[in-house]
Design a protein around this ligand. Structure first.
Ligand SMILES: [Zn+2]
Length: 158
């Protein structure tokens, strides 16, 4: 359990390695299991949906639509985006019906490499703005650390 008891840990033992200006939080880990932070349904779980595709990068991504949006500063967190994954529990193309149903803590896959570094990127998207094309629809990396319950970079997740 994270310090925020409403969310499950996305990566047990991962080291928080965020940097200012990221569109989410980087969690350093070497090919470790990745979990759903909350219940929802998959928008997709497939190769792609990332710009980091060169060299050792493992370009698999998952987007989870939350069953219950999370209140955030007058907005609602509606989706969670995971990328740089090396393996996926489910193979589901965007637009597929029926959608895969996910419970809190369900395995989503295995972390991998992005921009040459072993880590998971996790992003939280507001108000259904899933294209991540503007800053008002995304939690910044420090926002994600606050959401998780007040972690500092360098700390490990439970
Ligand atoms: Zn990142």
């Amino acid at each position: 359990m994270l310090r925020n008891p409403a969310l499950r840990s996305p990566l047990h033992g991962g080291t928080l390695a965020g940097y200012r200006g990221d569109t989410g939080l980087d969690i350093a880990a070497d090919r470790k299991p990745v979990f759903a932070v909350a219940p929802g349904t998959l928008d997709y779980s497939e190769r792609g949906h990332t710009l980091w595709t060169s060299g050792k990068d493992t370009p698999n991504s998952v987007r989870l639509a939350l069953d219950t949006p999370i209140a955030w500063k007058g907005h609602k967190i509606t989706h969670v985006y995971y990328t740089h994954m090396s393996a996926l529990t489910h193979q589901m193309h965007e637009g597929t019906e029926p959608r895969v149903v996910i419970k809190a803590g369900d395995a989503l896959g295995v972390s991998g490499v992005g921009n040459g570094m072993p880590h998971l990127h996790i992003g939280f998207l507001l108000d259904g703005k899933v294209e991540q094309d503007s800053w008002d629809g995304i939690l910044t990396e420090s926002d994600v650390r606050v959401l998780f319950g007040g972690y500092r970079n360098g700390e490990k997740l439970p």
